[in-house]
Design a protein around this ligand. Structure first.
Ligand code: 3HC
Ligand code: NAI
Length: 702
């Protein structure tokens, strides 16, 4: 194991340089290297001062998360930092890039800290469901006060170097050469006669319960379902209630416990799954992204307008085309209205809005698309219309331009086939609102070229989205799995559960919003029309989506009509009981011979909805629609409000046990609608092998 830590002496000042690309994560090799460097310093002649910095793009971005699943290999970072802080000469750490988690804990153990002006500094541990484990919860409040410390720990987002300076987290901001800046700062300290200044010697003013309460409720809104905030509060409380070393012992227990929690395992799974979504590195030299400067968008409706905003927000110029000026005016007015809301909320300045609007050039002429590098079609969901548009694009767009469609259900192979360049055609499935939602399904057809896939992944990153690869099928990954999940939710209403009971169970499980409330939000007509247009996708079971049908027949389309699964007062999104609808659904159940039950439990609701979804996920994996279970988990947590702390449906299935999932599927199939509960062959096979989705994936990659 190469030593990533080097030590040099410059004018009596020891310079420790850490170099472990890509992000200087604190691994066992780094801890060993730091420990060895500190031993040399402690055993040899005392230097005048010590400067610690990192090479590469960033200071340490935290502990090496990939080591969290194994037993800690010594030396322990806590001990290394105790020795670092104990040095008899002054020490300074130079931060740059993203100094995060354990990286900041290293900095806290230095006697002084300086930061390059663009550094971001923070404690993202809460997003991984863990309590800091290198005594950060004891040193940070000693340095910047308990309130600011808890604010950073419970928020999880990094602050700018300037904010860190204002908080007292760093002592100065620097520019230019980091090594020279560190040595110059040390020379100044020495010239001023400044010596060691140990953070651990500080005292912490206690917080009142009211102050803690404010921080607690803010964090609960931000990090739903994660208990880390409570543990962080306990750890920081120890900083004012106990001496340093006893506080450190409290933190150790809390931190080590948090690492074992199911939430943390789920969040760490997502950390790596999100970084593994791109298939491009495995594609080899054929997958070099094409250059994309200017974008064309066809259709300025709900999606087209949102997509235009997503690009303009990233500083990318857009040509926005619609059938006529009136349609364009409507689309642009909606874009403006959305931006105005951001200004009102203080998220954007009026100037920034004008800059972004200036990047969007409206047109009704296809000729204006001649020079764009990539076009995204977002017109009505109609195959013939989309094919007609692709014929036109084929005629006007320059050779090599990528031609994308935002269709949510259509066969993109059939769209590609009408062009003379099917290799350039791809699906870019954005989610509504497209300027907000992080997920982008990148749908590869049978003919899409590797470099077009690479272009899509690079573009997704540029506009701050997470791209996930899907092959062509009805609904792609997300909507295809959503269908059986929603089917069970609404069938449970037919069987006697109230919409509030169904949504309540799903929300208690961790979905951001129950699916029936989602239907009301999106419009009951949307799903009904998709099912009408695609009868081949529908189940033969007579109870299939009958509640939706009842609502649709009554014109109760959800929030936009004030009535759907719930009743809404004018202008309100508050869900009220819609007794009339529930009565009609009961009548429909009677008509179909479905006995309504009063014994439907929260468990039955979550199991039926989630097991149905997982079963479809297993099919999607076996058919090769999704590359791996982790991709499905990313789709669900970044596009469908699936609780991150559950890790996504496939990870959750592994935790519950695939045998339990299969037994549930078989049980519910015996209970009713057997046609809809056919177990996926992959699931059956994995259960017979005592395996998991995770192990299946690992076995495919050797
Ligand atoms: N441990 C292990 N690997 C890490 C890592 C970490 N802390 N941080 C990043 N990596 C890896 C990524 O997995 C990725 O690997 P890959 O190239 O093989 O896919 C590579 O480094 C580059 O990461 P990104 O693709 O995320 O690069 P970006 O430039 O987009 O982002 C970053 C850089 C902002 C540093 C981002 O990686 C990040 O947020 N990292 C996690 C930071 C974090 O959570 N730190 C806290 C760790 S917990 C801790 O410190 C506990 C402490 O109390 C002891
Ligand atoms: P919309 O009805 O809001 O907008 C469609 C726009 O296309 C309108 O502005 C219309 O004037 C324009 N248009 C129609 N024919 C045209 C033509 N020949 N040339 C140029 N423009 C034309 O529709 P929405 O909701 O934006 O959907 C667009 C596409 O995005 C559909 O394929 C839909 O399935 C898909 N989609 C929709 C999502 C949603 O939540 N609304 C989510 C993901 C995908």
């Amino acid at each position: 194991m190469a030593n990533p830590v080097s030590l040099a002496i410059d004018d009596g000042i020891a310079v420790i340089t850490v170099d472990s690309p890509p992000v200087n994560a604190i691994s066992v090799a780094m801890r060993r290297g730091l420990s060895a460097a500190l031993s040399l310093l402690a055993d040899g002649p005392v230097p005048r001062g010590v400067v610690l910095l990192c090479a590469g793009r960033t200071f340490m971005a935290g502990a090496d998360i990939s080591e969290f699943d194994s037993v800690l290999v010594p030396p322990d970072l806590r001990q290394v930092l105790w020795e670092f802080e104990s040095l008899a000469c002054p020490t300074v750490v130079v931060l740059h890039g993203t100094a995060l988690g354990g990286g900041v804990e290293v900095a806290l153990a230095a006697h002084y800290r300086i930061a390059e002006r663009h550094t971001k500094i923070g404690f993202p541990e809460i997003t991984l469901g863990i309590v800091p484990g290198a005594v950060g919860t004891q040193r940070l409040p000693r340095l910047i006060g308990a309130e600011a410390a808890l604010g950073l720990l419970l928020d999880g987002k990094p602050v700018s170097a300037e904010q860190a300076l204002a908080l007292g987290l760093v002592d100065a901001l620097v520019d230019g050469d980091l090594r020279a800046a560190g040595i110059a700062f040390m020379q100044d300290l020495l010239a001023a006669g400044k010596g060691p200044r140990r953070t651990r010697d500080g005292v912490v003013e206690p917080l009142s319960e009211a102050q803690i309460g404010v921080l607690r409720s803010k964090s609960a809104r931000q990090h739903r379902g994660v208990i880390t905030a409570e543990l962080d509060i306990q750890a920081v409380r120890a900083a004012w209630e106990l001496p340093f070393e006893q506080g450190a012992a409290v933190e150790r227990v809390l931190s080590e416990g948090s690492l074992l929690s199911p939430e943390s395992k789920a969040l760490r799974h997502l950390f790596f799954a999100e970084r593994a979504v791109s298939p491009v590195p495995a594609m080899g030299p054929s997958a070099v992204a094409r250059r994309v400067g200017r974008i064309g968008i066809i259709g300025s409706g709900t999606m087209g307008g949102g997509i235009a905003m997503a690009f303009a927000n990233a500083g990318i110029a857009v040509v926005l085309l619609d059938v006529d000026q009136a349609a364009l005016d409507r689309g642009l007015a909606m874009v403006r209205k959305n931006y105005a809301l951001s200004v009102k909320r203080g998220r954007l300045t009026a100037l920034a809005v004008e800059q972004r609007m200036a990047l969007i050039s409206p047109t009704t002429q296809y000729a204006d698309l001649a020079q764009v590098d990539l076009v995204i079609e977002a017109v009505f969901e109609n195959l013939a219309l989309k094919q007609q548009i692709f014929v036109q694009l084929d005629q006007v767009c320059r050779p090599g331009a990528v031609l994308a469609t935002n269709t949510s259900t259509l066969d993109i192979n059939l769209i590609a086939a009408v062009t003379g360049r099917p290799q350039d055609v791809i699906g870019l499935h954005f989610f509504s609102p497209a300027n907000v939602m992080r997920l982008l399904e990148i749908v590869r057809t049978d003919t899409t070229a590797d470099d077009v896939v690479a272009t899509a992944f690079e573009l997704a990153k540029r506009i701050g989205k997470i791209g996930v690869l899907s092959r062509v099928c009805f609904g792609f990954i997300g909507n295809r799995m959503m269908d059986p999940y929603a089917r069970e939710a609404e069938r449970l209403v037919l069987e006697g559960a109230s919409p509030a009971q169904v949504d309540g169970a799903l929300e208690a499980f961790g979905m951001a919003m129950g699916i029936l409330a989602v239907f009301d939000l999106a419009g009951i007509d949307v799903g009904v029309k998709v099912r009408q247009a695609n009868p081949q996708q529908n189940s033969p079971d007579p109870t299939f989506y009958r509640c939706d049908a009842v609502l649709y027949e009554q014109g109760w389309l959800g929030q936009k009509t004030g009535k759907g699964y719930y009743r809404y007062d004018a202008g309100s999104r508050e869900r009220g009981v819609h007794a009339e609808a529930e009565n009609l659904m009961a009548a429909e159940a009677a008509r179909l011979g479905v006995a309504q039950r009063t014994n439907i439990t929260e468990r039955e609701i979550t199991e039926r909805c989630l097991f149905a979804m997982i079963n479809e996920g297993a099919r999607i994996l076996e058919e090769g629609i999704a590359r791996c279970p982790g991709d499905i988990d990313v789709v669900y947590t970044s596009g469908y409000g699936f609780a991150r702390w559950r890790g996504g449906p496939m990870f959750w299935a592994d935790q519950v046990g695939l045998d339990t999932v299969l037994a549930g599927i078989e049980k519910y199939g015996r209970q009713a609608s057997p046609a809809d509960w056919e177990p996926a062959p992959l699931l059956v096979r994995l259960v017979s092998e005592g395996s998991t989705f995770t192990a299946w994936q690992a076995s495919r990659h050797g």
